[in-house]
Design a protein around this ligand. Structure first.
Ligand code: GLA
Length: 641
């Protein structure tokens, strides 16, 4: 069960209330601005600053010559002002000299293109040279600031897996991939079998014949691609773990985190989250896209699920516009406040921004910041300050645990990678779309939903309802766990194109959904994709009852009583209205209720429970743009309602 303990308590002890602040890059400014920063941070109620994310070039201007004297006064000033520091390890982007001295550290794309300095994050995750320099820097940094009173939390790297470094195809990465495969398979025979290399004459006779999946004439081997994605996630995790090892050795009492990018098929986040003391997340809902409010809620449920319900940190959000979409709309008045409380409602213990002060130069000068180019006499800074004051005087939500939901949705990154490979029956089957489509009806009804993974032995029996969208890649072990869940009384909903392959992307024979056939009581013989993209399966009932039919006949939705529970199967992709009707029925049968019943459309309520049992309700009205935090029906936010 989620709790705040161990070294994480160090971080919580430094904060009096929910963490508030953002990325602080004082190296971009001079002393007059630093002085103003101190005053404005106080005015804005900042209690946490994330410092040094892109400061490697300043801190190690030439190889091995460390210079943190530029940083000392900033950390001292923050400590004096009572602002805690989330100190970055600075390894996100190496200085240009690394590429000059070691060009082999630059990453290479699948087509052989090498990526050069001049942007950021231009390093190969498998490079021993990069890792050695990174670890040495972290060692120096940790030693220097181990006892600094401002140090509250370590921030390793930045957004691992964002940009290219996840997909390096250089010679070093290729050799590392071969080593990783040798460890995984032991023998070439085992690899040939797992990768189905008798197909298209791909059988390998020597390890040196194996490459990362580089640009090729046609579809590349799916099992090879899957292993490459696993390998890439592992390689980056090894970089992060190497830094963490140094930090834990030198500062054993200081927790570590790294900020995850928006929920995407990049890293296996369940595996990553196990290595951290707390999950952090960068959230950038598009204010021009109404769907982004729900998408943010879903991503927050994912973040909360990564460490089994433990509160997480909103490490970055934009105060207003970003600069990296084609059209970058600003957040209208009140939206930033609502977005912030939405994260807290879903389990965040911080509201942090990218970034404190809007950069004057560089590629992100049009990205909003807490202190805009126009200065503090601005709407943005006023809203930032109002929110800071509100959070500082808010009830003690910090460390309260998001209430455990009765429903959960299963998400598995290797499945996501496998599901979205090329040469499938339909290119329209996307994991995030499917997850959002299943999550949305619960969200609309203000029903809380947790997100669970497949790893480990986590007991799912606490959930009345388990939603399993598109679990294409399914191991026998997970299939047995799902069956046990239903036998024990759970309600399971599995959607189309599930149970198709094993972990090597080899099809489970005998009909779909492979090892789930008996629990679902169906056998799927064929898929059919219509010109409009709709999906239809030819389902044979083998114990299940037909609940809905396709036009022209044949079951499209089935229900199977199995053990003490019920297993539903959706052999189609329902339209949003159909999905809502269906899940309303399933939910009613399973006894899954909203957090608060009878809410008007557009209103969301989530509960957090404090150590003393106090239950806080955070009520977000997305139509009216209002927030209410209640205890026992009484509003507790000062000023606003
Ligand atoms: C990411 C990065 C930040 C910044 C923001 C801009 O989240 O971590 O450094 O580039 O995007 O939105």
């Amino acid at each position: 069960m989620a709790e705040i303990s161990g070294r994480l308590a160090h971080f919580y002890d430094k904060l009096g209330s929910l963490a508030y602040g953002g990325d602080y890059n004082p190296e971009q400014w001079g002393p007059d601005v630093h002085q103003e920063d101190a005053e404005l941070m106080e005015a804005a109620g900042v209690n946490l600053a994330t410092v040094g994310i892109f400061s490697w070039a300043r801190s190690e201007p030439t190889p091995g010559a460390y210079d943190f004297t530029w940083l000392d006064p900033h950390l001292d000033r923050l400590a004096e002002a009572g602002v805690a520091v989330c100190l970055a390890t600075m390894t996100a982007s190496p200085p240009p000299w690394l590429a000059r001295l070691h060009p082999e550290t630059l990453p290479v794309l699948a087509d052989g293109t090498r990526l050069y300095p001049g942007s950021r994050q231009h390093w190969c995750p498998s490079s021993p040279v990069f890792r050695a320099y990174a670890v040495r820097l972290v060692e120096e940094l940790a030693k220097r600031y181990a006892d600094h009173p401002a140090l509250a939390l370590w921030h390793i790297g930045n957004e691992y897996g964002c940009h290219v470094s996840r997909h390096c195809h250089c010679e070093v990465s290729t050799a590392a991939f071969r080593d990783w495969l040798r460890t995984r398979y032991g023998t070439l025979d085992a690899l040939n079998s797992a990768w189905s290399t008798d197909f298209w004459s791909q059988r390998y006779g020597d390890w040196s014949e194996i490459f990362t999946p580089r640009t090729a004439p046609s579809f590349r081997n799916p099992a090879q691609q899957l292993d490459y994605l696993r390998f890439s996630s592992d390689e980056l995790l090894a970089c992060c773990a190497a830094e963490k090892e140094v930090l834990n050795r030198i500062t054993p009492g200081v927790p570590v985190t790294t900020n995850f990018v928006p929920v995407a098929p990049t890293l296996d986040l369940f595996r990553w989250a196990r290595e951290l003391d707390v999950v952090s997340y960068d959230s950038y809902p598009d204010p021009l896209d109404p769907a982004s409010v729900h998408e943010a809620a879903f991503s927050y449920d994912v973040m909360r699920g990564l460490r089994d319900g433990q509160p997480w940190l909103l490490m970055e959000q934009a105060p207003s516009a970003v600069n990296w979409r084609t059209r970058n709309g600003r957040k209208p008045p009140g939206r930033m406040r609502l977005d912030s409380w939405q994260a807290v409602a879903h389990g965040a213990d911080s509201v942090l921004f990218f970034q404190w002060r809007q950069s004057r130069g560089g590629a992100e000068k049009f990205h909003s910041a807490m202190v805009p180019h126009a200065g503090p006499s601005t709407r943005i800074f006023r809203e930032v300050s109002e929110l800071g004051a509100e959070l500082a005087t808010s009830p003690q939500l910090l460390g309260s645990i998001p209430e455990r939901a009765d429903a959960a949705l299963l998400l598995d990154w290797p499945n996501w990678w496998a599901l979205e490979q090329e040469a499938h029956p339909s290119g329209d089957v996307r994991m995030l779309d499917a997850a959002l489509a299943h999550h949305r009806p619960l969200y609309d009804a203000s029903v809380a939903c947790d997100v669970v993974g497949v790893d480990g032995d986590r007991d799912w029996s606490a959930y009345r309802l388990l939603l399993v969208p598109n679990l294409y890649s399914l191991s026998l072990r997970t299939a047995e766990r799902l069956a046990a869940y239903v036998r024990g009384g759970g309600t399971l909903v599995v959607s189309y194109f599930s149970g198709i392959t094993d972990e090597h992307d080899r099809v489970h024979l005998g009909g779909h959904p492979g090892p789930l056939r008996s629990v679902l009581g169906v056998r799927v013989e064929e898929f059919d994709v219509a010109p409009d993209g709709s999906w239809r399966e030819e389902i044979h009932l083998e114990g299940a009852a037909e609940v809905r039919s396709f036009p022209g006949g044949g079951p499209s939705v089935t229900r199977h009583a199995y053990g003490a529970g019920v297993a539903w199967y959706l052999g189609m992709r329902p339209a949003p209205g159909e999905m809502r009707d269906l899940l309303d029925r399933v939910r009613a049968e399973a006894g899954v209720a909203p957090v608060v019943a009878g809410l008007p459309a557009g209103v969301q309520v989530r509960a957090r429970v404090a150590g003393d049992g106090t239950r806080w309700l955070v009520r977000l009205d997305h139509q009216e743009g209002t927030v209410r935090v209640e205890r026992g029906g009484v509003s507790t936010l000062p000023g606003h309602d």
